[in-house]
Ligand binder design. Structure first.
Ligand SMILES: Nc1ncnc2c1ncn2[C@@H]1O[C@H](COP(=O)(O)OP(=O)(O)OP(=O)(O)O)[C@@H](O)[C@H]1O
Ligand SMILES: [Mg+2]
Length: 283
């Protein structure tokens, strides 16, 4: 494409140079071919064709080169002035119309050119920031149409949507229904059918899990300034996780931790069970 544009530009400059040069040469033809040309040099006029024929010849050659070069530059300037904007626009058009080149996200129309703008696949692996004050349309003008495009994509993209406000999933459900992907939609919510256990991390050390829990608990707790008790809570949580892993096949749940912490009978029951297992060398 660039090479064709370059050729077009060259042809244009060549033709318009000819257009400028021909009249100039016609105008100066009698001087170029004259056998006598008097230079009125003050009180010593002289015929340059006779007195300095070689210098005259080079002056004519230099003039021709200068004239052709000036006309070429002029043609190039005219080309830039007349066509450059249109060519840039065409270039832009071809660079943003990436709909057919695999995965891409339609963002909207360019404010100045009114041309569609797409994010290509590699850009989608980066982060996107949508900013605006409350109620300016971030969700309705960006998140909804973007999500719709991803759900619509024929290759069935997987998505994890963190719906902080708890209302986004309703629209996602509408799109999933529209594009026949309702079976792929899992809504994880309190009291919902699908459950997610953030404590089921068998590869994480109990102390790391306990530290995460402590961080979450401090966010919810109004009195979290007593670091002694916070550290103690973290230690208790770590021990409960260890214990739970031992008697529950490595599977830890909030419910088990809650029972261990809040019910002494449950705790002793589990301890005695573990003792038996330990004595029978099953643990
Ligand atoms: N261009 C628009 N023209 C008319 N109404 C709009 C436009 N953009 C958004 N709205 C309406 O404004 C309301 C708020 O929009 P939206 O929820 O998308 O904003 P938001 O930026 O996501 O807000 P928040 O910061 O609270 O999340 C919605 O009812 C939406 O329909
Ligand atoms: Mg919003």
């Amino acid at each position: 494409m660039k090479f064709i544009l370059f050729l077009l530009r060259l042809v244009f400059c060549f033709l318009s140079t000819l257009l400028f040069v021909i009249p100039i040469f016609i105008l100066f033809y009698p001087i170029f071919t004259a056998s006598h040309f008097i230079i009125p040099y003050a009180i010593y006029p002289f015929d340059i064709c006779v007195t300095a024929p070689v210098a005259w010849k080079y002056i004519k050659i230099a003039y021709c080169i200068f004239c052709i070069w000036s006309c070429f530059l002029l043609s190039n300037s005219i080309y830039c002035l007349v066509f450059k904007d249109k060519i840039v626009l065409k270039d832009l058009k071809s660079s943003v119309l990436k709909k057919d080149c695999g995965l891409s996200l339609y963002l909207g129309k360019d404010f100045k050119t009114n041309l569609p703008v797409y994010l290509n696949e590699s850009s989608l692996y980066q982060n996107i920031l949508i900013t605006g004050t409350i109620g300016t349309g971030k969700t309705s003008s960006s998140m909804y149409p973007f999500t719709k495009q991803f759900i619509e994509y024929p290759d069935k993209l997987g998505m994890l949507i963190l719906d902080v406000k708890g209302n986004f999933y309703k629209q996602v459900k509408v799109y999933a229904e529209e594009f026949g992907r309702l079976d792929d939609l899992y809504v994880i919510e309190l009291g919902g059918d699908v459950k997610y256990n953030p404590l089921d991390k068998p590869n994480l050390k109990p102390s790391v899990l306990a530290n995460r829990l402590k961080t979450i608990l401090t966010l919810f707790s109004p009195n979290n300034s007593e670091s002694y008790w916070l550290d103690k809570a973290e230690e208790v949580l770590a021990e409960c996780i260890k214990l739970c892993r031992l008697y529950n096949d490595g599977y830890v749940t909030f419910l088990e931790i809650h029972k261990l912490v809040s019910s002494p009978n449950y705790y002793y029951e589990k301890i005695s069970k573990l003792r038996q297992l330990f004595q029978s060398r099953k643990v």
